[in-house]
Ligand binder design. Structure first.
Ligand SMILES: [Zn+2]
Length: 276
């Protein structure tokens, strides 16, 4: 693999902020990670975010602020105050149930990232709700205007929804993770959110990457102790490059998924990465 460009991972969890996590990222060939807000305490205020920015890191790491205080889905964080310090805003696995809050933050001209499915602990029995959730988000986006990034999609129907939305001119981007284009639920017993799916979903994710419906690949690295998630840094580049070896993507397309598009997404609302 010709790695003559920085690799950007749009989605990981550093949680307790031990620098070892970014060391693994660096050793895995990743140059820049965005990390989600679900540390303890969560990144839902300027003080915590500034503290987290001072931590020792082995690769460049940019925080993503929570959308709501305590990731509780009730009240927006101080978006305008926090904006200059973060790459964007996301409640990630704690999905945004209140679509009025989503509308509110979409109007604030910041990068908004939403998780495609509900968390395991939401008391919802059926795990296959991804497409339903994405449909709701797209409807909200249509009503409010703005730009939305949908995090790690995994299902055939979701790919189709986003493909259609993009054709209609909706400003939506999305990412998937290596496990969703590599494993079906029968290949690997693991608890990830959204869960691993069927062969037809894996194929649809590959098609979505190939035709540009899916903009980026992220790791969704989750450190131990792991209730859900994967140790995704080490497999990130090997599995992604596997798409080139299998003829799914060209080298140029892979560069788009790992660098060009993630950079565009991060910089779409004014954040400057100052890369090459
Ligand atoms: Zn996540």
């Amino acid at each position: 693999m010709k790695k003559d460009y920085p690799i950007i991972d749009l989605h990981c969890h550093l949680r307790n902020d031990i620098p070892g996590h970014t060391k693994i990222a660096k050793e895995s060939g990743i140059n820049l990670v965005l990390y989600m807000a679900n540390s303890k305490p969560p990144l839902d205020n300027l003080e915590q975010i500034k503290k987290s920015l001072k931590k020792k890191r082995y690769c460049r790491a940019i925080p993503v602020s929570a959308i709501t205080k305590d990731l509780a889905g009730k009240e927006l964080v101080e978006v305008d105050k926090i904006k200059p310090y973060v790459a964007g805003f996301s409640d990630d696995g704690q999905y945004l149930k209140d679509l009025n809050l989503l509308k509110e933050i979409l109007k604030k001209n910041v990068l908004v990232l939403v998780h495609c499915s509900p968390p395991y602990d939401a008391g919802i029995k059926k795990p296959y709700l991804e497409t339903k959730f994405v449909k709701r988000y797209l409807k909200t986006l249509k009503e409010s205007g703005g730009k939305l990034h949908i995090q790690h999609i995994s299902k055939k129907d979701t790919v189709e929804l986003i493909r259609k939305a993009k054709k209609e001119g909706l400003k939506v981007t999305c990412e998937t993770c290596p496990h969703y284009f590599t494993y079906t639920k029968d290949d690997l017993e693991t608890k990830v959110n959204p869960p691993l799916a069927l062969k037809e979903d894996v194929l649809a994710i590959k098609r979505g990457l190939k035709d540009g419906t899916i903009d980026a690949i992220s790791s969704d690295y989750a450190p131990m102790p792991r209730i859900t998630g994967m140790a995704g840094f080490k497999a990130f580049l090997p599995l992604s490059y596997g798409l080139v070896l299998a003829g799914v993507l060209s080298e140029k397309q892979l560069k788009e998924k790992l660098f060009i598009n993630p950079k565009k997404i991060i910089e779409s609302k004014g954040y400057k990465l100052n890369l090459i």
